[in-house]
Every structure is written in C-alpha cells, then in structure tokens.
Design a binder for this molecule. Structure first.
Ligand code: ADP
Length: 674
C-alpha cells in the first residue's frame, strides 16, 4: 500500500510475490504529445536504456528479490530528451525462507544436525567398544569357567586317588574285622604317602586362599640364606638320583647374613624345584644357583632354577603364573598337577617384594629367576622377626618331601605274576599311579594272573601281545589316555573281544558316556573298594565265559543254521576260513595265523579266549561237525566223507568221531539213516 501518490514516491517496497511490475508513464509536453518518446532502464536488472518509442509503459516479470532503480526519460515532439528523468527505487524483499535470519536458522539447524550426527557416531563407536569389551569379558569369564572346571576335575582327581588309596585298605580291614596288623608296611607306606600328598594339596589351596584375603603377612628374619637354600636343595638329591637327573647347585660359598621370610622362600624354592623335576625326564639336568648383587651387605639375592626339561612355548609363558593354568591340560599329561603351584609361587614372591621371571624354549628347558630383597632397610619394622635358628631350619626341612617318597612305591614284580594261579584268567592293569596299581593288584591277585602297564601305549602293546582276559584302565594317563587305548583295543580284531573296565575320578556323566562310546564294557568311579572291583571283574569274566560257551555250542551244534551271539568279526572270519579249507588236511595253525594276520601265539590266545578251545581242537571240531552233517544228508561212504573234511587216516577219523559223538562213523550213518 502506497502512502503517497506514486508520482511523489521515491521508493517502493515489494514482497517476493509482487515481482511482476508494470509502469505507465507520461511526459508533460503536451504539444504533439503523440510524438513524445520514452526510454527507461531498470538498474539492477539491466543497465542499458531501453527505447520504447512512443510506447509509454514498461513491464517486468519475475523479478528476483533485490534492489532496483527504475529510470525513465522522455523526449518532446522534437526528439529532445529531458535532462532529468524520473526514477523510482524498488526493493523486492526475498521470501521469508531466503531471508538472512532464515539462513541463520538454517546454519543453526545444520550445526545442530552435525552435532547430533557426531554424537551419534561417538555413541555408536562407544557401543561398539562396549560390546567388544563385553565380548572380551565374556570370553574371559568363559575361559575362567573352563579353567575352573578343569581345575575341579583335576583337583578331584588329585584328591580322590590318594583318598581311595587311604580308604580302600581301611575299608577292607573293617570288613574283615581285622586290626592294624592287617596292614603291612607297603600298605601303611602308601597310606602315609597319600595322606601327605592330600595335606600338601590342602595346604597349597589354603595358602592361596589366605593370600587372596590378604591374611598372610611378611615376617623376615636375619639368617644365612645360602645355608637355608642348601638344606632345601639337598632334600631333592635323592629324587634327582631316582629320576636319573643331573642335579647341580651353585652357591656363593660365603657366609652372608641377610633378611628373608624362610617360610615363603622355602615354598617358592620347593615349588620351582618340584616343577623342574616334574617336567624334566631321565638324563636331563636341573641346576639351582644363588647370586647376590654385592658380596658385602647385599640388597638383592637372585635365585635361579634351570632345567633341561620340556620347556614352555613362548605364547604360553605369560599365562603360567595364572591360577589353574596348565600348559598341557589334556588327559595324557604325564605330570600330576593342579596349576596352582606357580600362581602361589608368584604371589609369594610378590608378597616378599620380589620379582619372578621365566625364560624357556620348548624342548630345551626352562629357567625361573627370582629376585628377592634381602637388606633390612627394605622391610618395615613390624615385618622383622626373630633370627632363624639352625635348628628351625632343620626342623622345617627334616620331613622328607613327597617327591622323594613317591619313588619308593612298590610295584608288583614279575615273580608276583608268575606265582599266582597258572591257569587263572589274565588281567591287565593300565594305571600310572603305582599306589593305585598296587591296590588293584592286591585285591585281584588271589584269583587272577596280573599284568601291569603304566600308560595307554604300553597297555595297548601288552594287550595285543598277551591277549589278557580283561583290561582295567585309568582314564587320565600319560602318553596315551585310557579312552584312546580302549577305542584302539576295541577296533583291533586281535583285542576287540577283551572286556575293558574304565576307572575314572570324574564322576560326571560326560566322561562316562565318552568311555562307553569307545567301547568300555564297565565303569568304576573312584573311590571304589576292593570288593566292588572284585565283583565287577568276576561278572565280566563270567559273562564272557557264558558267551564263549554259547558261541561254541552254536558253532558245534549239529544244526546247520548257526545263531551266533555277536562275538566278533574275527571269529566270523575264522569260521569262514576253516569252512573253506575244511577239505585240506594240510590246513593247520601256521596257515590260519597267516590268514588272520596274527602271530601264532596271538592267534592261539585269541581263539582260546573266544571259543574256550585251542585252535587245533576248534578246527578238528569243525571238521567233525561237517562230517556228521554230510552223513546226515545221505553220504554213506566214510572214506569219501573223511577226505572231504580233511582227514587222511580213517582210524584217526574214527577215533576223533567217536570221541565227539560217542559212536563210530558207521554207527552214526546207521542211526541217522534209519
Ligand atoms: P602344575 O600343578 O600343573 O604343575 P604349576 O602352577 O606349578 O601347576 O605350573 C603351571 C604350568 O606351567 C604347568 O602345568 C606346566 O605346564 C608349566 N610349567 C611349570 N614349570 C615348568 C617347567 N619347569 N618346565 C616346563 N613347564 C613348566
């Protein structure tokens, strides 16, 4: 809306949608006004004059928002242009969304958007890292869980075995109502050793839990560290001797007094030495050395234990000080253990304000280095106790170490085996724990002949070679575990018939099923008593005997249809082989063993184990059975039949036939022919 007449207006403001403008103009020269001419321009759109001639209006469409100057000049009828024209300033305002404040809002919104997007990205990244952390934590928890359950499996194995070796003899004695006289020194020795092993395990567990709750303090006293270490070191020399390991020590040989916590240092060194001996085999070496940083008033002592044992792979090194961690956690671990020893050692070293490190190469050996502060200034006043007396040192170390005693276990000797009943069934015990072997041995030796192997591999070899009547095997064993041995026994024709009893400390269903899958015939969960073992063994052996009788009855029965119990494949092959060679009088044992891919004595024992007959008697019986069936089917010519079933001598044939059927061949023909 104009406030004044347009003629008096210098400028107008228009909104963005008032951008189609037309001007009408007139000149004040009225003389021949029709000859008046005009020119105009709209500065801001086009700076050139536009001549309209006599036309007195101008139009502009779709003007963009902005500032314009409209100028118009007229000429008179003589063509003389006015010096001054008229002008009008036009301002077309932009639409609200294109105004500066709209742009500010846009910029503001954009900024907001960028900020939101950034925080969205950050949140996403945070979420992702959080998820990753959670994943890692979950994995850690799972790993810890796995380690814990492995630890419980191990610890239950470690506890159950000594426990049953203590409980077994006691229960036997209770049943027999006999007193301690029932126990001979071997049994007592085994019970004592196993009780000590339990105590050591429990002490280790207690130590670790005490350390965890911070209940263990440091109590150093002044003493001769070298002398102290030497007594511990010497207590291992008989173990070194029995394991045939070269054991050396290198001590400074000077009497230097220093401050140390003898209880902790003893545990540290015993753990390191036990491990060194545990993981080093016969012919290897173990060395302990002690060094001080200064010969006079030392601040630090370094104890180094080096062995030439199995070593530890580099990637596992950092984990060995973790609780329950074992580099080799398979069933076939040769070494006993729970994975607490080194964790405890490390915590003790840290408690002593020391440091422990390890260097190792698989196959070459390991070196454990312990640095301990030994000068009085390094300890608080309340950590310093009385001087360690020589006597105390001796008292602490006089008890023989478990490792030393372990070697003195009595094993059943060859003569024990031969002295037992000559024809009793043979039982093979496959067990690495000598005490447990002794225990089983004692409970079975009265009625059976016993063989013994220390691991699955030996067990497998011995079983294949001697074809025992039953195998009793532990599950966890070095070199080859019981499950693997069992499945190998069951898949070998020579040994597939032998019943296997598995001993396990793991009372869980999983390992039971695993064992049964490998073909184990029975399961005994430790701890078991001697009677349980005897009953299971007797049952299995009798069951086999009945199967054997049923088998032979079927094989030798007169009916041609055999309803054989599922004994085993080798037996089926044996029957087919003998049947196909029945006419061959030369077909004898060597050939049979050859065809069955076995040694003669293996074949002998296998056939005897399944049929209860010697192979010779078995072949003979098969020949006679065939002869009888030929007679029954109408063959009446004895000599022909005799040749058909591989006999050369008629009198021998007649004697054997009579022995088997109670009548001579001719009487048999008559009886069946009528
Ligand atoms: P464990 O009771 O199994 O011996 P430790 O905590 O004492 O437990 O040791 C943890 C693991 O570190 C062992 O299972 C073994 O694999 C490895 N280890 C420890 N000491 C030695 C060594 N001297 N040589 C080789 N391996 C070792």
């Amino acid at each position: 809306m104009l406030e004044k007449l347009i003629t008096y207006t210098d400028s107008i403001d228009l909104s963005y949608d008032q951008n189609n403008i037309s001007f009408g103009f007139a000149s004040l020269n009225y003389t021949e006004s029709e000859r008046n001419k005009f020119k105009y321009k709209l500065e801001g759109q086009n700076d050139d004059w536009i001549y309209t001639g006599h036309r007195n209006h101008a139009e502009f469409t779709n003007l963009r928002p902005g500032e314009y100057n409209f100028k118009v000049i007229g000429s008179n009828n003589d063509g003389v242009w006015n010096e001054e024209g008229v002008q009008l300033h036009i301002s077309i305002h932009p639409p609200p969304w294109k105004t500066w404040w709209a742009y500010i809002i846009y910029a503001f919104l954009l900024l907001l958007l960028i900020r939101w997007y950034r925080s969205y990205l950050l949140a996403r990244a945070k979420l992702r890292t959080q998820l990753e952390v959670e994943k890692i934590e979950k994995e850690k928890v799972l790993e810890l869980d796995h380690m814990k359950s492995r630890f419980f499996a191990n610890i239950s194995h470690e506890f159950r075995t000594p426990l049953m070796l203590i409980l077994g003899p006691i229960e036997d004695a209770v049943k027999k109502r006999s007193g301690p006289r029932e126990f001979n020194m071997d049994i007592l020795g085994a019970m004592h050793r196993n009780a000590r092993r339990l105590l050591q395990l429990i002490n280790q567990l207690l130590d670790i839990s005490k350390l965890e709750t911070g209940k263990v303090g440091l109590m150093v006293s002044e003493g001769n560290l070298e002398e102290f270490l030497k007594t511990i070191i010497l207590s291992f020399s008989s173990l070194a001797e029995s394991k045939k390991i070269k054991f050396e020590y290198d001590l400074p040989g000077r009497s230097v007094n220093c401050y140390f916590d003898c209880d902790k240092v003893e545990k540290i060194l015993i753990n390191l030495l036990s491990n060194a001996f545990k993981f080093t085999s016969e012919g290897g070496g173990v060395k302990v050395s002690l060094r001080y940083d200064k010969s006079d008033g030392p601040q630090w002592a370094e104890i180094v234990v080096t062995d030439s044992g199995i070593g530890i792979p580099a990637e596992k090194l950092e984990k060995i000080f973790d609780r329950f961690y074992q580099v080799n956690d398979s069933n076939t671990r040769t070494e006993e253990g729970t994975g607490i020893g080194l964790a405890l050692t490390k915590e003790l070293v840290v408690l002593c304000r020391g440091e422990i490190s390890v260097e190792s190469k698989p196959g070459k050996g390991s070196t454990f280095m312990v640095m301990l502060p030994v000068s009085v200034e390094q300890f608080d006043e309340d950590e310093i106790g009385m001087v360690v007396s020589e006597q105390e040192v001796r008292k602490a170390l006089d008890k023989p170490s478990i490792e030393q005693e372990e070697e003195q276990v009595l094993e059943p000797t060859g003569s024990d085996v031969t002295e037992t009943k000559k024809y009793a069934p043979i039982i093979l015990i496959v067990e690495d724990n000598a005490d447990l072997t002794n225990y089983i041995f004692r409970s079975l030796v009265k009625n059976y002949r016993i063989l013994n192997a220390e691991n699955g591999k030996e067990g497998l070899e011995l079983a294949t070679e001697s074809i025992p009547d039953l195998v009793i095997s532990d599950v966890m064993m070095p070199v080859m575990d019981g499950l693997e041995m069992c499945s190998k026994l069951k898949s070998d024709e020579r040994t597939s018939h032998i019943p296997v009893i598995m001993l396990t400390a793991r009372a869980d269903r999983g390992s039971k099923l695993e064992g049964l899958e490998t073909g184990a015939d029975d399961y005994i969960i430790k701890p078991f008593d001697a009677e349980e073992m005897q009953v299971r063994v007797k049952n299995l052996i009798e069951q086999r005997k009945r199967l054997k009788e049923k088998f032979m009855k079927e094989v030798l029965s007169d009916s041609s249809e055999m309803d054989l119990p599922p004994v085993d494949q080798l037996m089926e092959r044996l029957i087919t082989l003998v049947t196909s060679h029945i006419a061959d009088p030369e077909f004898m044992l060597d050939q049979l063993a050859n065809e069955l891919n076995m040694g003669r004595s293996q074949m002998f024992r296998k056939v005897a184990a399944i049929t209860g007959h010697t192979p010779k008697a078995f072949i003979l019986n098969m020949r006679l059975k065939k002869a009888a069936s030929l007679f029954r089917s109408g063959h009446r010519h004895i000599a022909t039949v005799m040749h058909q079933v591989g006999f050369n001598s008629q009198s021998y044939f007649a004697t054997c036939f009579k022995k088997r059927y109670g009548i001579t061949p001719s009487e048999y023909i008559l009886s069946k022919g009528s």
